[in-house]
Design a protein around this ligand. Structure first.
Ligand code: MN
Length: 489
């Protein structure tokens, strides 16, 4: 796991005397400990301080901004904390912010309750004052309400931590491009300067000739070692070992260049393979399974998003991949979509051990590439697409239900996933097309739509969600309002 932590900051004031403040601090530390012990938070929650002054909040915000390990602040008011003293700090906060509206005691104690109890336990009062100032400042934030020992509440807090880590990851993400976008394609284009301003991505290009140079320096022993690993991890379903060895050579070289430059994602294109014998297939698939992001045909946006969703779901089953909507099954009442790519689907989503196969590839005019062939597993998932609307970025998210493919498609030589979309396939297609979503997506079984919404809010970009209650009419209205809102934002 990447080394991130979250800071637990508790609001109060001097009005109540030192005894109350000591109790608040002790309880806050105890709460952080117990929440960590629950095992429901993917990252550590560190109790930092009980804030009583303007200077105190300013100091902690400055520290949080400069602490690389701090991925966000979780704030709560055990007592009342006048919020004007939070302004000078909060206006400078550059980390994700969660207002955790909880309470130390679960229930109201009938006999024990008196005015001392009320002064110590007034989260219902304090959290409203605290909520106002964030609303007044128009701060992006998450509000989570509930008892701090309840499993579902802790799970929500843990779920919020993941997009916050995705935001930290995004801000330092470097993407390596081999070749430009596919000629004449519009949706994979975008403003790389705007992407860096909003999302932090450093998207730059390296010549394919450089990759070929690095490939030529890969030793036979290195290829042997990777072949052993392939044989263990996958089913070797081909006799064309040379083709597989070529993919191993490409994987080692791509990984070497990515690691040397600190890049966590890459894109390439079949239109620019000068000096290469095959389009990387197995090589790209195996790299994705290690957490690297990828986008085909020069799609650096989807490459970056794949890496980010993989970072967000770190430590989970890790079913996240580059995906493309390919073809439909339009049988009435049983409408399905088939997702695949010419090669590059991540085996982290495979239902069974993936098979290494070698087949002809009609596109790119190169030798037959080795690739992993498998079926994606069934289960709920999302597909996300980041598009450049000109002046702003739109993140589109669609809820899916992946199913076991209803036919085995023996002549299809690539990895495939089949899904139903909500509210139904045809409405989802109309909505997706209306909103301008791409054919390339990131498909994830681990990341939820709510987490993508949180991430979009943290990055200050538009978020459009196609879910079970979406209609074309409601979506068109949303898009109309978003267009207006983002003009003035
Ligand atoms: Mn494609």
């Amino acid at each position: 796991m990447m080394q991130y932590e979250f800071w637990f900051v508790v609001g109060s004031q001097f009005l109540y005397g030192t005894e109350v403040l000591d109790t608040v601090a002790a309880r806050a530390a105890e709460m952080a400990d117990k929440m960590n012990e629950s095992g429901l938070l993917p990252y550590k929650l560190v109790y930092k301080d009980t804030i009583k002054t303007n200077a105190g909040i300013s100091k902690i915000v400055k520290e949080a901004n400069y602490a690389d390990e701090c991925a966000g602040i979780v704030a709560w008011c055990h007592t009342f904390s006048p919020s004007k003293m939070w302004i000078n700090g909060l206006v400078h906060l550059q980390k994700p912010y969660c207002h955790f509206a909880t309470q130390y005691n679960k229930t109201i104690p009938n006999d024990e309750i008196d005015m001392d109890f009320m002064n110590l336990n007034q989260a219902a009062h304090g959290d409203r004052e605290h909520g106002f100032i964030a609303a007044r400042l128009r701060m992006p934030r998450k509000v989570i309400a509930g008892y701090w020992r309840d499993e579902d509440v802790l799970k929500r807090l843990g779920d919020w931590m993941r997009p916050a880590v995705g935001a930290a990851f995004s801000k330092q993400l470097k993407v390596m491009r081999f070749g430009d976008n596919m000629r004449e394609v519009a949706v994979t284009e975008g403003d790389k300067v705007e992407a860096q301003v909003k999302l932090g991505w450093q998207v730059n290009t390296w010549p394919v000739g450089k990759l070929v140079e690095v490939m030529n320096k890969v030793s036979a022993a290195e290829i042997d070692a990777l072949m052993d690993y392939y044989k263990e991890k996958y089913v070797m379903a081909t006799d064309d070992i040379n083709s597989v060895r070529y993919q191993a050579q490409a994987e080692i070289a791509i990984k070497r260049m990515l690691d040397q430059e600190g890049c966590k994602a890459f894109s390439n294109t079949f239109e620019d393979l000068y000096g290469m014998k095959q389009l990387p297939g197995l090589a790209t698939q195996d790299l994705m399974s290690q957490g690297y992001g990828y986008g085909g045909e020069g799609d650096w946006k989807t490459a970056a998003m794949t890496a980010i969703l993989k970072a967000m779901s770190q430590g989970k089953a890790s079913g996240t991949t580059f995906m493309e909507d390919y073809t439909y099954h339009l049988e009435k009442g049983n409408e399905l979509s088939l997702g695949a790519h010419m090669l590059e689907i991540c085996p982290s989503i495979a239902a069974e051990k993936a098979r290494i196969e070698v087949h002809h590839l009609g596109i790119g005019e190169r030798e037959e590439p080795a690739r992993l062939v498998f079926e994606g597993r069934k289960g709920p998932a999302i597909a996300v697409s980041l598009v450049d609307m000109g002046g702003r970025l739109r993140l589109l998210c669609q809820d899916l239900e992946c199913v076991k493919p209803i036919m085995d498609m023996p002549n299809l030589p690539v990895a495939r996933v089949m899904w139903r979309a909500v509210p139904d396939l045809l409405t989802s297609i109309e909505c997706w097309i209306t909103a301008g979503g791409a054919h390339h997506t990131v498909l994830s079984y681990d990341v939820t739509a709510e987490q993508m919404r949180d991430w979009a809010q943290m990055m200050d970009i538009e978020f459009v969600h196609i879910h079970k209650d979406t209609t074309v009419e409601s979506l068109e209205k949303d898009l109309f309002l978003f267009d207006l809102a983002w003009k003035f934002k």
